[in-house]
Design a protein around this ligand. Structure first.
Ligand code: GLC
Length: 467
């Protein structure tokens, strides 16, 4: 099938087929419906995956399913406080949930907060995606009363309690274990990964907007506002990489002590990987994948960078520079199917050490340099925002050559994304929804504004965030 109209029609039918109900109401979409693969947990509704379906439903004005989803997941947010602090604190949203029939035939829910997941990874991004869906629903449906209910106000406070808690850290960024977001396997993404920081910015911004001004919320609002400013400045300045910045890092003096240190994180110039010297376009730039003590991850993480455009972590010049990277490195990133999750892949000893020799994440596969078509929606919003709509149009055209023929595969493998993912599922819902959302947005680019977040904030020339 190569007629775009037929592809869209098929996608739309498949999205409907992925919907599941609870107590007679539609509440979410399952991750995948591949009859030929072991189900594992792909019959569950993942919060991060549903965010992409929600984008489609919102663009169609179908807000009921979103409200049902929000109400149901509200009940699943953890509430218990354990003084032993062994389990994740209250406020966590599950990675996924499932509706099943018990022995009496009654419908029941089970949710996974990481205990069931492979390697027991905690879905730190779930609460962030949940709050984004809440914000989109509130904006699009004009139902402002739902966000103001005591239950939702409490849910927002609980999420902030989790993020703005006393901790063993002094960075404004959020310290997380490996696999705490879309990359939910070991991939050297522990510490301060970009995607989590960008989602954290969005969460703080929305919390401030949605929390009612009252005595109970006062401290939360002031705390979130203060953290947001420091966090924005921190990511904007210290994560940024372009040729000028690489040159500065190349000349960094090390072992600097005290407030006046220029090399604040003690990055050793020897850690700059050689590929970046030719890969970084002259007019391009992007946010590093991670930044911690003596550690900068120079890899290009597509989702974190695209979301930083959507959530205005970057100024206009930086947004353009990120889109320039995608344009100039089109063959590496988009190739035969949009778009690589990470560039470049980890090889050899790095692959062994950082993934734990994970056979699913061999070089240029899955998270380690595979291409994921669900990212089409993020790419489209970012392209429209930066006036580079043609990039998204071209990416969609490339996707249309194969996406339906390949049965909406979860991801693609290979240096230029020419192979269907070795262990990928077919009929993956967010591949389907990502494509539909991109088509709708290209058809009516004005609608992309709904997904953008702007801050009432001017970046300072001199960063004082770590002083
Ligand atoms: C994989 C992905 C994860 C996604 C899940 C369901 O585990 O790594 O990000 O949420 O599949 O599609």
């Amino acid at each position: 099938m190569s007629d775009p109209k037929m592809i869209l029609k098929e996608a739309r039918e498949l999205l409907d087929k992925s919907i599941i109900s609870y107590k007679g109401k539609p509440v979410g979409t399952v991750a995948a419906k591949d009859p030929d693969m072991e189900i594992l947990n792909y019959d569950q509704v993942f919060i991060r995956d549903f965010a992409v379906s929600a984008v489609v439903f919102l663009l169609e004005g179908k807000t009921d399913i979103i409200k049902n989803f929000l109400e149901l997941t509200l009940q699943l947010q953890t509430r218990e406080k354990h003084m032993d602090c062994f389990r994740a604190g209250s406020g966590l949203m599950p990675a996924s949930f499932k509706v099943f029939n018990d022995d009496n035939g009654d419908e029941k829910l089970i949710a996974d907060y990481g205990e069931q997941a492979i390697a027991k990874v905690v879905p730190i991004d779930s609460s962030f995606w949940w709050i984004y869906i809440l914000h989109l629903y509130t904006k699009q449906s004009a139902d402002h009363s739902f966000a103001k209910t005591p239950e939702v106000q409490n849910a927002i406070r609980l999420i902030l309690d989790l993020c703005l808690t006393a901790r063993l850290d002094i960075f404004p960024t959020l310290l997380v274990p490996d696999g705490s977001f879309m990359i939910d396997r070991r991939m050297g993404v522990y510490g301060y990964p970009l995607e989590i920081q960008v989602l954290f910015v969005m969460c703080l911004h929305i919390s401030v907007q949605l929390l009612e001004e009252n005595d109970e919320n006062k401290e939360y609002i002031t705390g979130a506002e203060r953290r947001l400013k420091i966090l924005l400045q921190h990511v904007h300045d210290y994560y940024w990489l372009n040729m000028k910045r690489i040159d500065e890092i190349y000349h960094f003096k090390v072992e600097q002590f005290g407030e006046e240190a220029i090399n604040k994180f003690n990055i050793y110039p020897e850690t700059i990987p050689s590929w970046i010297f030719h890969w970084m376009p002259e007019e391009g730039g992007y946010f590093a994948g991670n930044l911690g003590p003596a550690r900068m991850d120079f890899r290009f993480f597509t989702s974190g960078n695209l979301l930083s455009v959507l959530f205005s972590i970057c100024d206009g010049t930086q947004s353009n520079a990120i889109m320039n990277v995608i344009e100039e490195r089109w063959t590496d990133l988009v190739g035969k199917m949009p778009i690589k999750l990470v560039y470049p892949a980890l090889h050899d000893e790095d692959w062994k050490a950082l993934t734990g020799a994970d056979p699913k994440n061999i070089p240029w596969s899955y998270h380690n340099g595979g291409a994921w078509s669900f990212l089409l929606w993020e790419l489209t919003v970012a392209a429209i925002k930066t006036g580079k709509t043609e990039l998204a149009e071209n990416a969609v055209k490339i996707a249309e050559k194969r996406i339906a023929k390949d049965k909406w595969v979860e991801y693609y493998d290979g240096i230029q994304n020419r192979l269907t993912g070795r262990r990928a599922r077919r009929y993956q819902t967010w591949s389907i929804a990502g494509y539909i959302a991109a088509k709708y947005l290209l058809d009516d680019p004005d609608k992309s504004k709904l997904f953008i977040i702007e801050h009432d904030f001017e970046f300072e020339k001199e960063n004082k965030s770590l002083k």
